[in-house]
Design a protein around this ligand. Structure first.
Ligand code: HEC
Length: 118
């Protein structure tokens, strides 16, 4: 068998595998739609709750809040543009990837309903 024919045949053999990989792509995109539980969530839950419903007077509810707004708020605490004890020091313990994960998590929660939580 000559080499070009061999190359052509191995390409044909690979085609179904490539098609299968492409068909699997939308499924994995769906899996990332529900955010994974952030590794740093434990730093926040005492005050904001796991679901973003505040447990503490004076602490804002975060559940269902706009994701981009949450990212900006955390980045602003981290940079010092927005200052508040304890949020400034907490945000300093976060990496940009933590901020993204926490904002996505809280934005995906159902949100505070009057009469629930505190
Ligand atoms: C000790 C209690 C406490 C903990 C722990 C805490 N927060 Fe906060 N958080 C607050 C308070 C109080 C405010 C309001 C601060 C202000 O007025 O700027 C706040 C504000 C925020 C805001 C801005 C909300 C808005 O509507 O502008 C975000 C976002 C936030 N916290 C996220 C987090 C995340 C993420 C964590 C965990 C890394 C966390 N917080 C941990 C008490 C806490």
């Amino acid at each position: 068998m000559n080499t070009p024919l061999l190359v052509l045949m191995s390409c044909l053999l690979l085609l179904p595998a490539l098609a299968a990989a492409q068909a699997a792509a939308p499924a994995s995109a769906q899996a990332t739609a529900a955010p994974a539980r952030p590794s740093k969530l434990g730093l926040c839950s005492a005050c904001h709750g796991v679901d973003g419903t505040s447990r503490t007077p004076g602490t804002p509810h975060l559940g269902g809040q706009d994701r981009v707004y949450l990212e900006r708020a955390l980045s602003d605490y981290r940079s010092g543009k927005r200052q508040h004890v304890p949020m400034t020091s907490l945000a300093n313990a976060l990496q940009p990837k933590d901020i993204e994960a926490l904002a996505a998590w809280y934005a995906a929660q159902p949100g505070f309903k009057r009469g629930t939580g505190r």
